[in-house]
Design a binder for this molecule. Structure first.
Ligand SMILES: Cc1cc2nc3c(=O)[nH]c(=O)nc-3n(C[C@H](O)[C@H](O)[C@H](O)COP(=O)(O)O)c2cc1C
Length: 161
C-alpha cells in the first residue's frame, strides 16, 4: 500500500473547515483548521489538531484558550488565506480585514459570518505524530442557523488536510 493511496483514502473523512483564533497580550492569529471534532458531551469537549510549527501553537499553550470559528460555505476565500498566508510575516487580521468581535469568556475573537463561534478552554493536550491535539471545553457558543458549513474539499488549497 503506497502513501498516496492512504492519503487519498483519508481524504474521504468529511471535515468542516474552521479558524482557530488565539491572542496573547502581544500576539494574535487566526489559522485555518480542518482536523476538528467533538469528543465529549459532558463536559462538552472538542479537539483541534495543530502542528507545532504553526504560529498559533505557542499562543494556545500560553493562554490555554482559543475560539474555534466554524466557517460558512461563503467563507472559502478566508479559509484559503488564513491557511496559506503566515503570521510569521504578516498580521492576518490587518492583511485580510477579517471582521471580528471580542470573545466574552476567553482571550480571542469571534469571526463574523461564521456558522458558529465556540469559546474554548484547553483541558488537555497530547502529541499525535506530527501534530498536537488540543482537547478543550466549550464554555460558550454563538451560532447562525441560516448559514451552511464550509466542508473540506480538494479545492481548499492543500493536499495535507
Ligand atoms: C483547508 C485547510 C485546512 C488546514 N487544516 C489544518 C489543521 O487542521 N491543522 C494545522 O495545523 N494546519 C492546518 N492547515 C495549515 C495551516 O492553516 C497553514 O499552514 C497556515 O498558513 C499556518 O499559518 P502560520 O504560518 O501563521 O502558522 C490547513 C490549511 C488549509 C488551507
Amino acid at each position: 500500500m503506497n502513501d498516496d493511496q492512504i492519503k487519498k483514502g483519508l481524504r474521504k473523512i468529511v471535515n468542516p473547515v474552521g479558524l482557530v483564533v488565539a491572542k496573547t497580550d502581544e500576539k494574535r492569529d487566526a489559522t485555518t483548521v480542518a482536523w476538528i471534532s467533538k469528543v465529549s458531551n459532558q463536559p462538552p469537549l472538542i479537539m483541534v489538531s495543530i502542528a507545532p510549527e504553526r504560529y498559533i501553537h505557542p499562543l494556545i499553550q500560553e493562554t490555554g484558550e482559543f475560539v474555534l470559528a466554524l466557517l460558512s460555505e461563503d467563507q472559502d476565500g478566508l479559509a484559503l488565506s488564513c491557511g496559506t498566508k503566515t503570521a510569521y510575516t504578516i498580521d492576518k487580521f490587518d492583511d485580510m480585514d477579517i471582521m471580528t468581535k471580542e470573545a466574552q469568556l476567553v482571550k480571542g475573537f469571534h469571526i463574523k459570518g461564521a456558522v458558529a463561534n465556540l469559546e474554548c478552554r484547553v483541558k488537555d493536550s497530547l502529541t499525535a505524530g506530527d501534530h498536537t491535539l488540543f482537547i478543550a471545553e466549550v464554555l460558550a457558543a454563538d451560532y447562525d442557523d441560516a448559514k451552511k458549513p464550509l466542508i473540506m474539499s480538494d479545492k481548499m488549497g492543500t493536499t495535507d488536510y
